[in-house]
Design a protein around this ligand. Structure first.
Ligand code: 4AD
Ligand code: MG
Length: 430
């Protein structure tokens, strides 16, 4: 008797195996029980016939309830009609724990209820598919940079200063002085790029977002590359190659999961380079033409981003926003000092910004001015200014939000399902 996992039953065709897992669902037609068994690697249908199994096993089939843990032995047989192409002809069923009143039933539940039971909701096949796609997206992110000569450098989580504005900082006591949870690893990647040339970090980042939107989490994961001797054009090229690579990898390695989510893959198949590039001014023109009431000079809101990206089948790269609405570290466009050499990548299908980045201010005096203008504490940025004191060079990078990328690729309207245990303004549990 061999132990097997459901994902590899094809290898055991015609043989007797034991599967360990949980009951997903079941139905009966008199002398037959059809058990849907899941083990994390997949789902298989087990068929138990009253004539072929012992009385106690048949009784267990009658008794076993949703999410009861079990161990089942039987023969793997090919069956074209079965989900996955194989079924298990049950010989023996042992119940490890008989579950009573599993809270999530196959009927519809409200989102709040499911979020409260996120620790159990993760077991549903839809959530499993999303988590598998998330894993592959993360793997693709790392592979892309690892294969292109980047060095992974881990950024700290405790930081002494703000990177992305002071309004979304999570403060914490650090042995009597004040520290913040990091909003971005960027400043540290700039230091690392001066040491290693091409670097990236990947980790959790934190923002005290007080807005309740479908795009904002308070804890999210970001992938941030940074490259020495790169300008905004190089940055945009890197971003488009990176996104196209991720989408290709998911189409290649997670097609089953996309099918399960009923994701229309035709739109993903169109994501080849180059991506359209628009200046901020051109994007504003689109809004004007579509009759949107937008004040020139502002940053785009979620709805504006949706409207702008509607006209494109690929992600669209918007560059050169007004410097006034962007972070202190951005370099101004020498052709128009009111603009920043920055780029936001907006994903199609209404998802909005998935990447923010650009070329960094590399001049010492200008950077000092900017820190002051943003009313940030100069003292906390002395180490960062050292990068402009000692061998400063043009450099650029960006940050890709993993959850928004997952929501785009999976076709999910809200980021809450893209991360195992979402953290939002009103959600800290489970
Ligand atoms: O545009 P942002 O704020 O850029 C930065 O943090 C730069 N320091 C990155 C860099 O240049 N190294 O954030 C980057 C991306 C956004 O495009 C979005 O995908 C994601 O991070 N993001 C969020 N995702 C979920 N919830 C939030 N509250 C997010 N805030 C940003
Ligand atoms: Mg941004």
């Amino acid at each position: 008797m061999e132990k097997a996992t459901i994902s590899e039953v094809a290898r055991h065709e015609g043989k007797e195996v034991t599967l360990n897992g949980w009951l997903y669902n079941k139905r009966s037609s008199g002398k037959l029980w059809f058990l849907l068994i899941r083990d994390g690697t997949g789902i298989i249908q087990g068929v138990a016939s009253k004539e072929d199994v012992s009385e106690s096993t048949f009784q267990h089939c009658m008794d076993v309830t949703q999410e009861s843990s079990l161990s089942v032995t039987g023969i793997i047989a090919e069956d074209k009609r079965a989900p996955g192409g194989y079924e298990l002809q049950v010989k023996e069923l042992r119940i490890l724990q008989l579950v009573e009143d599993y809270p999530i039933t196959p009927k519809e539940h409200g989102t709040a209820f499911l979020m409260d039971h996120r620790h159990l909701w993760l077991r549903s096949s839809r959530q499993v598919a999303i988590l598998r796609i998330r894993q592959e997206i993360i793997r693709a992110c790392r592979d892309f940079f690892d294969q292109n000569g980047f060095v992974l450098v881990d950024a700290p989580i405790f930081t002494p200063a703000a990177c992305e504005g002071t309004t979304t900082l999570f403060e914490t006591d650090y042995f009597g002085s004040q520290a913040y949870l990091t909003q971005s690893g960027q400043l540290y990647m700039e230091a690392a790029a001066m040491a290693l040339g091409k670097v990236y970090c990947f980790g959790p980042t934190f923002r005290a977002e007080k807005s309740k939107t479908r795009r904002h989490l308070t804890e999210f994961w970001m992938l941030e590359p940074e490259v020495a001797f790169m300008d905004l054009d190089g940055d945009m090229e890197l971003a488009e190659n990176f996104i196209a690579y991720i989408v290709q990898r998911i189409l290649q390695n997670r097609s089953e999961e996309l099918k399960q989510l009923e994701r229309d893959t035709a739109s993903l198949e169109k994501i080849g380079t180059p991506f359209p590039r628009l200046t901020y001014d051109e994007a504003v023109q689109i809004l004007k033409k579509k009759g949107i009431n937008f004040e020139y000079g502002n940053d785009f809101g979620g709805t504006d981003e949706t409207v702008i990206s509607e006209g494109f089948q690929k992600p669209v790269m918007i560059h050169r926003y007004p410097a006034a609405v962007k972070a202190f570290y951005m370099k101004n466009d020498p052709e128009d000092l009111s603009k920043a050499l920055c780029v936001d990548v907006l994903a199609p299908e209404g998802v909005g910004e998935i990447i923010g980045g650009g070329q960094r201010e590399d001049d010492y005096d200008t950077l000092v001015e900017k820190i002051k203008k943003h009313q940030l504490p100069l003292k906390a940025f002395q180490w960062y200014l050292d990068l402009r004191r000692y061998g400063t060079v043009p450099h650029a990078g960006f940050g890709l939000g993993i959850e928004r990328t997952v929501s785009w690729i999976c076709g999910l309207p809200h980021v809450r399902e893209t991360i195992p245990f979402p953290r939002m303004m009103h959600r800290l549990t489970p």
